[in-house]
Design a protein around this ligand. Structure first.
Ligand code: NAP
Length: 265
């Protein structure tokens, strides 16, 4: 039996186990996906132990994504983002990837969003970093707006063709933008949006990385303005699809994984 897993804290409500196990079931794989909560600062030990135990692949989530970078050979994208969310153990090397970037890019592409022009990324934390690099690598000009403006400037210096801003610039930035991605946690706890509703427009495609709730205030406001909307479960789905395909070399059964996710959201 192949064992895959997730390290993070907390992980008890993670949607990754049902999503990946739906894929194993669909493809008739003898595999399980299990969650682990290692102690703080134990990312490297946890990854080494997983390798020793013969685990086939690991996902990594908060608070271990940055520390995991030092415990793996990161691919160039994960290295630039500064965080690893997927670890593979094949071929005698422990390799690290960041599939959040691909998750956002694929979520947009699968909704026929064209990735040229200008993208506004709201947030400069882990998700913001991944999405900013992911969209820049697709050739988009990226405008990063963050509550702590210094973090936006710092990220913009690392991302090609990017500029950093405070949240007060959002209305002006959205006017000229083709894509908007919310990478803050705003909208999770309260029914609020990180972007003024009047900044949204019909020529904008809006992806909200927040997936709980699924239909956030931002997405509701965007729909009212007839913008294209993509919810955060699509990003979650495609980061998982990318991890599954890297680990197994098989084509992921996307519909089964999507159904497993959406029945739980
Ligand atoms: P993080 O590293 O902690 O970053 C949080 C970001 O939110 C920072 O930019 C922070 O700004 C901003 N923020 C927090 N509270 C705010 C507020 N009240 N007003 C304005 N900005 C605020 O977290 P993360 O890992 O990037 O995750 C961010 C969100 O993305 C979470 O909801 C997470 O669930 C979601 N996410 C989704 C996926 C997916 O696959 N769908 C993947 C990854 C993350 P400061 O820098 O000023 O603190």
């Amino acid at each position: 039996m192949d064992v895959f897993g997730l390290i993070g804290t907390p992980v008890e409500h993670s949607l990754s186990p049902p999503m990946h196990e739906a894929a194993y079931e669909q493809l008739g794989m003898d595999a399980r996906y299990v969650t682990f909560e290692p102690p703080a600062n134990a990312a490297a030990t946890a990854i080494e132990s997983a390798e020793t135990l013969g685990v086939s692949g690991l996902n990594v989530t908060i608070p271990f994504k940055q520390d995991a970078l030092d415990a793996v050979v990161p691919d160039p994208l994960a290295e630039r983002i500064g965080a690893v969310n997927t670890v593979g153990f094949t071929g005698g090397t422990v390799r690290g990837y960041n599939t959040d970037a691909v998750g956002a890019v694929r979520a947009l592409r699968e909704h026929d969003v064209s990735l040229d022009g200008t993208a506004v990324v709201v947030g400069a934390g882990g998700a913001g970093r991944a999405v900013a690099f992911g969209l820049a690598d697709e050739g988009m000009a990226v405008r990063i707006a963050n509550r702590t403006v210094e973090r936006a400037h710092e990220l913009a210096e690392a991302v090609p063709d990017a500029t950093g801003h405070g949240l007060d610039d959002l209305t002006a930035l959205c006017r000229d933008a083709d894509v908007l991605v919310n990478c803050t946690s705003v909208g999770m706890e309260k029914d609020v949006s990180p972007v003024p509703a009047e900044a949204l427009h019909a020529d904008l495609a809006v992806l909200d990385a927040v997936y709980s709730p699924l239909d956030t205030r931002l997405l509701q406001d965007a729909r009212k303005m007839e913008a294209t909307t993509v919810d955060g479960a699509w990003m979650l789905l495609y980061q998982g699809v990318e991890a599954f395909e890297r680990w197994t070399g098989a084509t992921a059964p996307v519909d089964a994984m999507n159904e497993a996710l959406r029945t739980r959201l």
